[in-house]
Structures are given as structure tokens and as C-alpha cells.
Design a protein around this ligand. Sequence first.
Ligand code: FAD
Length: 656
Amino acid sequence: MPNFSLAIIGAGPMATYAMERLAALLPPLAGSCRIVVHVFEASGRFGDGAVHSADQPATSLMNRIACQIALGADETNVPPDELLPLALRPTFYEWCARKLAATGERRFALAPTDMPARKLHGEALSEQFAVYREVLQAAGVKVAVHAETAAAVEPTPHGFIVVTATARREADHILIVTGHGIAPPPPVAGTRLVEAAYPLEHMLDAARILPGQSVAVDGMGLTAIDVILHLTEGRGGCFVRDGGQLTYRPSGREPGAIIPFGPTGHFVHCRPHNSKAGDLSREHNGVFFSQAAVAALRKTTRSTTQSAAGPSSQLDFESDILPLVVLEMAYVYYRALLGTEWADTLRQAATPAWVKFLQAPPQTGGADACDALIAPLQACFDAHVAADTSFVDDKFDWQAALVPLPPDRAISGDAWRDAVISFMERDLVEARRGNLNSPIKAACDGVWRDLRTVFCAVADDGGLTPASHRKFQSTYLRIYNRLSNGAGGSSLEKILALVRSGQVDVTIGPEPRVKSSPAGIQVSGGRSGVTRGADLLIRGRIRPFDAAGEPGTLYGSLLDQGLIRRWTTPGPVEAAFTPGALDLDTSFHPRNTGGQVESRLTFLGAPAEGARFFQTSAARPNCGNYILNIVAAWARELRGAIAERIERFQPAEGGQ
Ligand SMILES: Cc1cc2nc3c(=O)[nH]c(=O)nc-3n(C[C@H](O)[C@H](O)[C@H](O)COP(=O)(O)OP(=O)(O)OC[C@H]3O[C@@H](n4cnc5c(N)ncnc54)[C@H](O)[C@@H]3O)c2cc1C
């Protein structure tokens, strides 16, 4: 019988989805081939991994609703004959319902639109990982788990060796799903900078951050929100509802001051109540910002470049795409504001200028093109309010939609704090109205979230010029994160209560500057003029993946061996942009330093992010989810490689 060994490096959600596919596809082959799967996980947590660890504090929530979390593929990803029996592949929501029925424990009692704690998701992932492992083992596939870091991968004449501190293990194929990497060791006592916030329970424990100390948090996104709730609610404080408003009751064990700061000076926006849950037909399909529109623009584009796949035309996000995004937002906004019966009128009004734009996008692009494209919709609105003044203050303002708190409002720290509070209050009201009824939430969710595949058609694999790719990452992906990938209402309402109570100080405002000296940390607001001292600075943001950023680790070794290379957006040499992601083919196999594809290695998730977009995400059930489709394609290819090995072995050696 031939042998086949697979190594999986990293055992977070992506590895769990992979194990589900292996459990569905490999058992029929196990009688004809000795298959071994080695799984390496630095944290020792198999299935949940570090980010979704079932051991983390309960204050860290997901930003995805319970009914939109998958634990493996379903019939929208693969044909029926490639599925596991239904009982073995619950969605997260079904898993919770089963656990509730079996245990009666209230922590499993979630509504479909609740945002679960990440630790609960982790519990489900690790249980399912164990289920898939059992299915494989029962069929005769050996699954060996190693609570170790894969430090290097070395090529051999027949495959690879995965090197850990204690062993060298052979592998014919390797799936590398290392996600957000390995947490560094906690900083030594007395260090003023905490470079990585996770795992919160080790990095930000009570011995490192003493009650009464002041901490500055670099970031105002999802990580910063986790940090703040861990240092307040996680230290025994509690939130109580008082006359409809949430207020915070401190425990006395919190830091004296928590000072978050970031370029915009305010937190990410609130994810709206999801009125589309369970009904795919309610998700928005692009009318003006669509795959077809992007393809049409590529025919008119002025920038053509040579890539591995041949000549390709590149777009400029600000001049070619932003006007379409803004037009689509205006359309969705007014359809929600005026009523769906207005959809045809709005569509017809906007079409002539849109068609002209697609034929010849103006070279100057930008704000003027946005205004020109939405002018017909603004005219529809003006005509409507002339007859019915109830909406008179609700005209769509695209600049305010993208940047609701312009930096020039930070005339003082107090003025900025008041502006942040009133923005958060309005944002929470809109979020409660939901992603279909609130015009602004419908526009942000319908365009920036539902149309992510169109953004991918724009930006993936060198679709933008190098300069525009750089700007897309530094500016527009941040806008995406703020507008449509923010935190849930329950977390942001707590953050608002903490800002109101003064426990969280947002007076620094936009354009912050940080100085670190032996005496302490000093943060000052470029606009507000406010300066605050802090005992500690916590890096409250996730470091983006960069293969070259970690010499001496797994990726350093892969680069040194020439097995991988970093992606560079093609374009004039002087403008080239190398975001840090790997250069991968369409099946997520790496190109080596010579440009050849190594199909026995596969990288999914974070290592692709930057050359392709929206790769670091939990999977979603019953919608043909792209993450699950990618994993399914990998598993099918792997099954093909094993079948080929079986076929080649039998005629030559007769089999046993
Ligand atoms: C704090 C945080 C919160 C998030 N919340 C959400 C959310 O609510 N919803 C959502 O959709 N997405 C969320 N994400 C995005 C996240 O990328 C995905 O949800 C998911 O974690 C991706 O899974 P993964 O398996 O690719 O990576 P990970 O979950 O990062 O897992 C990778 C694993 O690989 C291990 N590893 C790394 N290097 C090695 C090595 N050399 N040897 C051995 N093991 C190694 C790590 O220890 C880790 O456990 C969040 C991300 C972060 C960082």
C-alpha cells in the first residue's frame, strides 16, 4: 500500500474547515493508501486556535451574528455526494441549539442575530475538530496532533520536512493556515510597550496593568474594543441600565484612565441589526457597482501592465471606482429612505450619466465625478421633498457617510469628546433600525459588505495600479472596516457608556502623535492640542501579515529556501508595491523565487491578504461562502493527488 502524508500548520478555524473536508473526502481512499495527517498548532488549541480560543475572556465578542457562522461546508459549497451526514456538520447556531438541549446551560441560548462570544465559537470549533478527527481515524486515516510551532519547512527530493523544536516530520503536501501568527511572549515586567494585545488574559493581566495606572491604546477598532472591555468589565465592573441608558459601575480594579487613539479619533461604526439574516435574496446586488461595470471599465483603462498571467489592465480606485461606489450607496440610501417603489425611478435617473462614465471615466475622477454621478439622484430627492418635507434634512451626503466626524471638528478635546458621543448615539439608533430600514446602514452594509466580491474584482491580483493599491489599503480598506466591519451594538453601547463616564478618554481626537521616554508615554492630539501621559502603551491593532516581517520563523525559512516569494503589484519599477502577502496562483499555491508554482504547498487566509482581499474571515453557512469554496477546492485537489498516488503505485508494485 502506498503512503501519503499531509501536514497542516496552524489549527484555527481554517484548519477546522479543512478537517471537515478531509473527513468527507478521505475515508473511501483509506483502504488503498496509508494516509497520515500531522497537525501542528503553536497554542496547543486544536480547532479554535489562538484567535477563537475557548479559554479567552468572555468580554471579547465576535462581530458576526450566530446564524452566519459555519463550522464546515454545506450543500451550497459542494455536491451532495461530498457531504458528511447532517448530524456531523451542524452550523454554529445548530451546535448551540443542540448544546442547549443537552445541557440546559443558558450560555448556549442565542438568538440567530446575537453576536456570540469568541470563546463560545472556539468551543464549537474545537468540538467539531475532534468530531472530524474521529471520522478520519475511524476510517483508518491517522491524525497526529502536535502542540508545537512549525519553525521551518525544508524541501526534500520527494516532498518536505516540517521542522519543530523536537522533531522533523515528512510531508508530501502541506496546508499552511497560520492566520494571525503566533503570539509573542508577554513583555517583561516594567516594559512600557505591550506590542501584542492577544491573548488578553496573559498580555494584559492584573500584574502587568495595575489598578489606577493609565494606559494608552493605539487603535480604535475591534482589538481596542476587546482591550477596553477586558480592562473594565473583565476586571469586575458592570453595566446597568438606568432609565434606558447604559451606565458603568466600576469595580475599582480598572486602570485609572484608558486613552484610546487612532487617526480618525473615533471608534468603528456599529454593525446594524441584521434584517437580511436567513434570506439571501435581501442581500444587495450591485446595480451600478457590479462585476460587469468593473469589466467594462477595464476596457477603457489607461494603465496596462504585464503580470504572470499576461497583460492586464489596471484601474485607479479613486478615479474609476469610488464614483461607482458612491453612486451605489446613494441608490441604496434613497431606496431605503423613499421606499422600494422608488427603485426604478432612481435607477432610470442615474443610468445615462453612469453609462457615459463607464465609456470614458473622467481623468480627474474623485469628488467631482462622485458629485456628477449622484446628481440625478439628488434631483429626485429634491423633487420629492418639494412635495413632502418630512425628509428634508436627510439628503445623502457621501462625504459625511465616509467620514462622519471630520478632523476639523476637534477644536478642543471636550468638543471632540462631545462630537464622538453624539455620533455614537446616532449610530446606535441607526444600527437598531437595521441594515434594510436605516438608509445610512442600508447603504454601508449593502455596498461595502454585500458587494465585497465586486471590490475583489477591482483590487485582487494586481487589479489596481501600484499607487492605487497602496491607497486602497491605507485609506479605503480602513473605511470598509469602519463602515461595515465594525463591532456589534452590545459592545459599542458599553464603549459609549465608558466614554460618557470618563473611564475611557477620547479627548486626544484625530491625528495623534506618540512620544515614548523613560519617564512614560505621552500622546497628543494633532487637532485638539490635548496631551495625556500614560504608564503603558498597548498596541490595540492587529499587525498585517508580512512574510518578510518575521525572520527566523516559518515564513523566514520558506523565503530563505526560495519556496515562496512576496507578491508585488505589477507596474513601473519605481512605483511597485509589495504589501507583504504571498505570490499565490488561483489555487492558492505559492510561486517560488523562480516564478514556478509549487502545487504541493497551499496557503489559505492571512498569507493571501493584501494581494487578495477579505481572506481573513470566519466562514458563513448556506450561501456558497467563498472561504468554504476555497477550502473545498483544496481538499478535492488533495484527494486527486492521493488517488493518483494509489493509481501509480498499483501497476508498478502490485499493491498489498
Ligand atoms: C482578534 C480577532 C478577532 C476576530 N474576530 C472575527 C470575527 O468576529 N468574525 C470573523 O469573521 N473574523 C474574525 N477575525 C478574523 C479571523 O482571521 C478569522 O475569524 C479566523 O481566525 C481565521 O482563521 P485562521 O485559521 O486562518 O487563522 P487563526 O485563527 O489566526 O489561526 C491560525 C493558527 O495558526 C497557529 N500558528 C501560526 N503559526 C504557526 C506555526 N508556525 N506553527 C504552528 N502553529 C502556528 C496560531 O497559533 C493560530 O492558532 C478576527 C481576527 C482577530 C485577530
